[in-house]
Every structure is written in structure tokens, then in C-alpha cells.
Design a protein around this ligand. Structure first.
Ligand SMILES: NC(=O)c1ccc[n+]([C@@H]2O[C@H](COP(=O)([O-])OP(=O)(O)OC[C@H]3O[C@@H](n4cnc5c(N)ncnc54)[C@H](OP(=O)(O)O)[C@@H]3O)[C@@H](O)[C@H]2O)c1
Length: 284
């Protein structure tokens, strides 16, 4: 039952109907006995400034932001957390004393999913495929976690170069950009410890694509895919067959949500409740 005191959290997305976040966060609020509700709002890009002002005017506790608003929302916020500014994208907004503050919890979510799998990126060499919002979060996360070297490959090479420049400006210079070509990837892939696909290749409804042939992979390499729908992409299936350690995007999704929950409520997220809801939705 909602009351006059119910706190509101919204998702701003376009489209918004496929998101798992309302079920995950509402289950988490219930588990902690919080009089809070999470609702998804389909916001056309031209309406984003009005929607952001609405969050403030209606006194929401905060919001999540996703495709296609993660970058454009930064123009309408009062403050942006330094990590979100480096990444250039905000996925969580907190209304604090009338001010809208933007955060990026994708980076922390990715690191916590690695940690849970017992993977420490410190001292490792990693290849990141992609240079969009997810790639930027993963790259800054790995740089901060002490990755020894990062190699970036993206279809549009200029975006990978821009990410390398941003990493360099933040003091992380062990970055190389390689062409998005089979020959080049075939040379680079066997030389790294970790490969992370941050492109949308393999995502539903297409599901068929892979960024490169699994034959390039070595057994026991760590292969991550930030795509979570399907939970295991064809790329991860191929990597598993090659004897690699594989990690899907579900863990990152879970922990970015847990970090956002803690930012809004000031309470530690009930991760196991959230995991059960997420896995039931994703695997059905
Ligand atoms: N697990 C999680 O919590 C989580 C969090 C965030 C995002 N994600 C997932 O990450 C994926 C990317 O999201 P994003 O926000 O980074 O999107 P984005 O900013 O639009 O970036 C998309 C990336 O994919 C590349 N790409 C798309 N289609 C391609 C193709 N056919 N061939 C080669 N490269 C292609 C793009 O290359 P160009 O630059 O050349 O266009 C770009 O690097 C999505 O599947 C999203 O659901 C997961």
C-alpha cells in the first residue's frame, strides 16, 4: 500500500518497457520494509529536460537513467560525481537537498561482479571491445583497479582514440588502440589475460553476432560480456567451449543496481533478493 509518505524513484529511458529494474528495486524496497516505489517512465529525448525538472519538482528520491539519455542528462544536473564525469555518462541521479547529483554505478557494478567471481584485474592486460558508454565505464573501472595495460578496439576507431585520450588525461597512459579487424584482433587476443565485450553485438533480438571467432581465444583466459540479454551470448558460449572463464553482464547489472539503491536509500542493498528477481526474469 502506498501512502502520502511513499518515496519515489523513476527510470528515465526510451524505450522503457523492457527494463528489469522496477521488479528488482521494488522487491528490494519490500524486503527492507521501505515505503518506496520504483516506476519506469518512457521519456522521449526532446522531453528529457522537462522530465529531469519533474524529478526535482515532484521531490523524487532519485532516478536511474538509461539508453538514450545517459550522456545527454549530464547537461541538466546540478552536480556530477567525478567518476561519472570521467566516464561521460550518468546512470543514477540522487536528489539531495534540492540538488540533482549524477553518478555512474556501471563502473563499480562491473568491478563488484569481477570480485564476486574471484577475478582481480590488478596487474592484468585487458582487451576492451567497444568504445560506447559501457566501454568507458569498464575502461575507467579497470584502470582504477590497477590493470597493467588496456587495449581498445572499436568499429569506429575515432571513439576508441577519444577514450584512450580521456584515460590518458586522467593519468592512465598504458592504453593502446588497435584496428577493429580480424587480422589485428587475432594477434592481440592471445596476448591478453582478459577480454571484455562491451559492444551490443549478440544482444537480443539479433543474438547471432560475435565480435570475433572464438578460435583466437586461449583456454583459461577470462572472457566477459556486458550484454545480459541473452544471459549467455554466442560469444560467451564459444569462449566457454574454448575452456575460458566466462562472466556474463548479469552480475554488472545486479551490482550497478545495488550501488544505486544504496545511494538513494542510504541502506545496504539486499543483493540476494535482487539477484533472485533478476535471474528469474533474465533466465525465463
Ligand atoms: N550489464 C550491464 O549492467 C550493462 C550496463 C551498460 C550497458 N550494457 C550493455 O552494453 C551494451 C552497449 O551499451 P552502451 O550503452 O555502451 O551502448 P553505446 O554507447 O551505443 O555503444 C555501443 C557500442 O557497440 C558497438 N557496436 C554496435 N553494433 C556493432 C556492430 N554491429 N559491430 C561492431 N560494433 C558495434 C559500437 O561501435 P561504434 O562506436 O562503431 O558504433 C559501440 O562501441 C548493450 O548491450 C547494453 O545493454 C550492460
Amino acid at each position: 500500500m502506498f501512502t502520502a509518505a511513499t518515496r519515489l524513484v523513476g527510470l528515465l529511458a526510451y524505450p522503457a518497457s523492457h527494463s528489469f529494474s522496477p521488479q528488482i528495486h521494488n522487491a528490494a524496497f519490500r524486503a527492507l520494509g521501505l515505503d518506496w516505489v520504483y516506476l519506469a517512465f518512457q521519456v522521449e529525448p526532446s522531453r528529457l529536460p522537462a522530465a529531469v525538472e519533474g524529478i526535482r519538482a515532484l521531490g523524487f528520491a532519485g532516478a536511474n537513467v538509461t539508453i538514450p539519455h545517459k550522456e545527454s542528462i549530464t547537461a541538466y544536473l546540478d552536480e556530477i560525481h567525478p567518476l561519472a564525469r570521467l566516464i561521460g555518462a550518468v546512470n543514477t541521479v540522487v536528489l539531495r537537498e534540492g540538488k540533482l547529483v549524477g553518478y555512474n554505478t556501471d563502473a563499480g557494478g562491473f568491478l563488484r561482479s569481477l570480485e564476486e567471481a574471484g577475478i582481480d584485474p590488478a596487474g592484468k592486460g585487458a582487451l576492451i571491445l567497444g568504445a560506447g558508454g559501457a566501454a568507458r565505464a569498464v575502461a575507467f573501472a579497470l584502470a582504477r583497479a590497477g590493470c597493467m595495460a588496456l587495449i581498445l578496439a572499436n568499429r569506429t576507431e575515432a571513439r576508441a582514440r577519444e577514450l584512450a585520450r580521456a584515460l590518458g588525461e586522467a593519468g592512465y597512459r598504458a592504453v593502446e588502440v588497435v584496428p577493429w579487424e580480424e587480422g589485428s584482433l587475432a594477434g592481440v587476443v592471445p596476448a591478453v589475460d582478459m577480454i571484455i565485450n562491451t559492444t551490443s553485438i549478440g544482444m537480443s533480438p539479433d543474438r547471432e553476432g560475435v565480435p570475433f571467432a572464438p578460435e583466437f581465444l586461449r583456454p583459461r583466459q577470462i572472457v566477459c560480456d556486458v550484454v545480459y540479454n541473452p544471459p549467455e551470448t554466442r560469444f560467451l558460449e564459444g569462449a566457454r567451449r574454448r575452456g575460458c572463464r566466462v562472466l556474463s553482464g548479469l552480475g554488472m547489472l545486479l551490482y550497478q543496481g545495488a550501488e544505486a539503491f544504496a545511494l538513494w536509500t542510504g541502506r545496504e542493498a539486499p543483493v540476494e533478493v535482487m539477484r533472485e528477481v533478476l535471474y528469474n526474469l533474465a533466465l525465463r
